[in-house]
Design a protein around this ligand. Structure first.
Ligand code: CTP
Length: 456
């Protein structure tokens, strides 16, 4: 019996796929079809697959051509499969010519002529494109990253940018520049907003009033009631309001949450997150007024694992902030201690102070450790008293997670349901509420001159 094997994603099964499978089957007596898993596709940069693995497998099965369907999950699996199933012929379409010659050591390799004029990519992009307007204030570094990442996301195109940041405008010379937010909104179906935390409320509100979906950098507002109001508005208008924290969309972060839920370190007793970076703008400069303070720039990211792991119902949050004498709205460093019924948590955030940006989750049987910078996480460890039991976990991270966040946003718009799985309204609101404590003066304050020690 001649065994043939072939692999593919088989997203939105089309005529080209069927023709390939027919010819693959005709090469022998028994056809094995390997369908790529979602994770494997993500790892090799295919992030926009429309159908789930189950749907894609069902599509291949429905052709009636496969004698056996397997899942392709890891790099190098093809050699394992060929040996395991005693495969005589490996075949794929001619778009892969030469790429699988290394398998000739194990079996025959046949490239079949690819069918012209049809592909999953073309089918996916024939859907309506969502026009995303990118709106930002003077600190345009993050806006610039979003602009670059949009090109990897099917179903999304940049409508234009609106930012006073000259560097960003020059860097993205191909993008249409709008001088006003109103003009940008007119040209867009959805807006990505990173203006200033105190202005987010009015900017999001305006987008929603105009019938535009909104992806908003956290904190969405500096007041939890306003946050609730925006969510209500979005629901009433069937629009998506999605909080943006790239970390929440990375595979490693989501996997660590699942592992914790499955009890890998026992009961969680403490979550401690640190996020810091150095200040780029001198406080004496005029543009310093646009600079996000430590709590707004880093607070949402640092609070995220706490609220995801321990929930939002903390009993107390004690905030201590080092306030810059020259600008009292600017906390150079803030520590928050959270008290829960049966656990504690803390964040340390700083802009202008540098510390080890790690995440540690302590449990009754072990602890989870994510090394710095944990918010760009592709790796973490679970450690135990007996180090032999320690485990390391690696995951692919592309575009710092921004790419996955944009995919989630597009999917949410297409399906009309927000992917609550990532950042729920409750978590977004609790983050705003905690930050609002600072703005209503409920914190312990330390004055800080911001001067460097003499003799440096
Ligand atoms: N294939 C083909 N003719 C086409 C499209 C695909 O022969 N018009 C073959 C590919 O060469 C591969 C198999 O079908 O052997 C599965 O391809 P897959 O990558 O799943 O499909 P594409 O349509 O090429 O998907 P994409 O556009 O996402 O790359």
């Amino acid at each position: 019996m001649t065994k043939v094997i072939t692999y593919g994603t088989y997203d939105m099964l089309h005529y080209g796929h069927v023709r390939l499978l027919e010819r693959a089957k005709a090469l022998g007596d028994y056809l094995i079809v390997g369908v790529t898993s979602d994770d494997f596709d993500k790892a090799r940069g295919k992030i926009n697959i429309k159908e789930s693995l189950a749907e894609r497998v069902a599509g291949v099965r429905a052709t009636g051509l496969a004698d056996q369907i397997i899942i392709e999950e890891y790099e190098g699996q093809k050699i394992d499969d060929i040996r395991r199933y005693g495969v005589d012929i490996f075949t794929v379409g001619s778009d892969w010519i030469g790429r699988f010659d290394y398998l000739k050591e194990f079996c025959n390799v046949v490239y079949l002529e690819r069918t012209e004029g049809v592909s999953s990519t073309a089918l996916r992009s024939s859907d309506r494109q969502i026009k995303l307007g990118l709106f930002g204030a003077r600190e345009g570094r993050i806006l610039s990253k979003y602009c670059s990442e949009c090109r990897y996301v099917n179903g999304l195109e940049v409508a234009g940018i609106c930012t006073p940041d000259q560097e960003v405008r020059e860097l993205h010379a191909e993008a249409t520049v709008f001088e006003t937010y109103d003009e940008l909104l007119d040209a867009s179906d959805a807006a990505y907003i990173i203006s200033r935390p105190e202005l987010h409320y009015q900017h999001v509100k305006k987008a929603l009033e105009r019938g535009k979906h909104a992806l908003v950098e956290m904190p969405i507002t500096l007041d939890s009631e306003e946050c609730g109001e925006l969510y209500r508005m979005a629901r009433e208008r069937n629009l998506i309001l999605m909080p943006a924290i790239k970390t929440a969309y990375s595979t490693a972060y989501n996997r660590l949450l699942l592992l914790l839920k499955s009890g890998k370190i026992g009961r969680v007793v403490s979550v401690d997150a640190t996020c810091t970076s150095l200040r780029e703008v001198d406080p004496t400069k005029e543009e310093f007024q646009d600079v996000w303070n430590s709590l707004c720039a880093w607070g949402p990211t640092a609070m995220l694992p706490i609220f995801h792991i321990l929930g939002c119902a903390y009993k107390r949050a004690d905030i201590t902030s080092l306030l810059l004498e020259k600008s009292r709205r600017y906390d150079a460093f803030t520590k928050i201690d959270f008290l829960y019924d049966d656990a504690i948590a803390s964040i340390k955030v700083g802009r202008g102070v540098k510390s080890e940006g790690e995440l540690i989750v302590s449990g009754t049987q072990g602890y989870l450790y994510v090394p710095a910078p944990w918010w760009k996480t592709d790796y973490f460890e679970i450690r135990y008293e007996n180090a032999e039991n320690n485990r390391r976990y690696f995951y692919q991270l592309d575009g710092e997670g921004i790419r996955y966040e944009l995919v989630a946003f597009v999917k949410a718009i297409a399906s009309g349901t927000e992917e609550q799985y990532y950042i729920s309204e409750e978590v977004a609101t609790s983050i705003s509420q905690t930050i609002s404590l600072f703005y209503s003066g409920k914190f312990t304050e330390i004055q800080y001159s911001g001067d460097e020690p003499k003799g440096k």
